[in-house]
Design a protein around this ligand. Sequence first.
Ligand code: DP6
Length: 328
Amino acid sequence: MSPWRATARAHPNIALVKYWGKRDPVRILPHQSSLSVTLAPLEVVTTVEFGAPADSVVLHGTEARGKERVRVLALLERVRAGTTRALGPVRVDSRGNFPMAAGLASSAAGFAALALAGRAAAGLSTEPGAVSRLAREGSGSACRSVQGGMCIWHRGSREDGEDSVATQAFPEGHWPELRLLVAVLSRAEKEVGSRDGMAQAVETSPYYPAWVKDAEAEIPRAIAAIAARDLEVLGALSERNAWRMHATALAADPPLCYLLPGTLGLILALPAARRRGVPVWFTLDAGPNPVLLTLASHEAEVERLAREAGAVEVVRCRPGGDARLVEP
Ligand code: DP6
């Protein structure tokens, strides 16, 4: 392998206590800590090679243009700034094993793999803290995809962001029965992405300060529930954190509604399923497709329930491992 080239793989993650708002949009520093589960078998594989004839960014087989290309190259500029070596133009090739059209964001896995491959290709340390800080500057939630299992992105308080980093709270083997099913109700691209949506909520939602305080307080409770492998407590916590994030978004001006009628149809059917003895709870990012938390013993039943409620695709996931370097 050339010393200026490396390939890394990383899984996406789903937050159970969500990040929704930046105190510093340039360094990507959040207003509150967040907690997520890394999702296998979904992953993005990214190769970075310095010393290429010209800068080139290929995402999912297509040469990237516009904002996406700028964000990728900006992250690699930070890599360049960390070394005195003349690295030259860079070639990036990144692809995911899950269709973007499935309504799953690949940016967390993409920037985690890019940060790891970029630092390795430049001969810089690939210690998880350094990779997580760099990934954060590409996309906030990406800092939680550097390590596997359950990770906490600590808000931090420093202005330079050095203490705003994700660490692993539990390895992926801690709760092998946990399952996370992505219920794809719509493949349409959302009108307002997370980045713009959260900025709008910070600026205009009167509920924003309450949201921040509440989310921060949920982190130790989420850790305790995961430690005890108590899905009932964790599920209830995930649902209320998702509702509160969406309530904050709905209260923005103009309002941000990420829910579709089908989203409500599915998530409002869950209490009845629980009464029938099915352990199932939801979380919902800034989009219409819920992620259902359940146990391996009930995975098939929960998939059926999601399909009956209109899911066009159900992606079965479990806690995944660390981002890692691989041979291309
Ligand atoms: C609702 O990490 O995509 O998924 O930092 O602007 O790139 P940027 O935002 P991004 O936002 C994720 C928001 C969320 C909640 C979460 O993952 O914590």
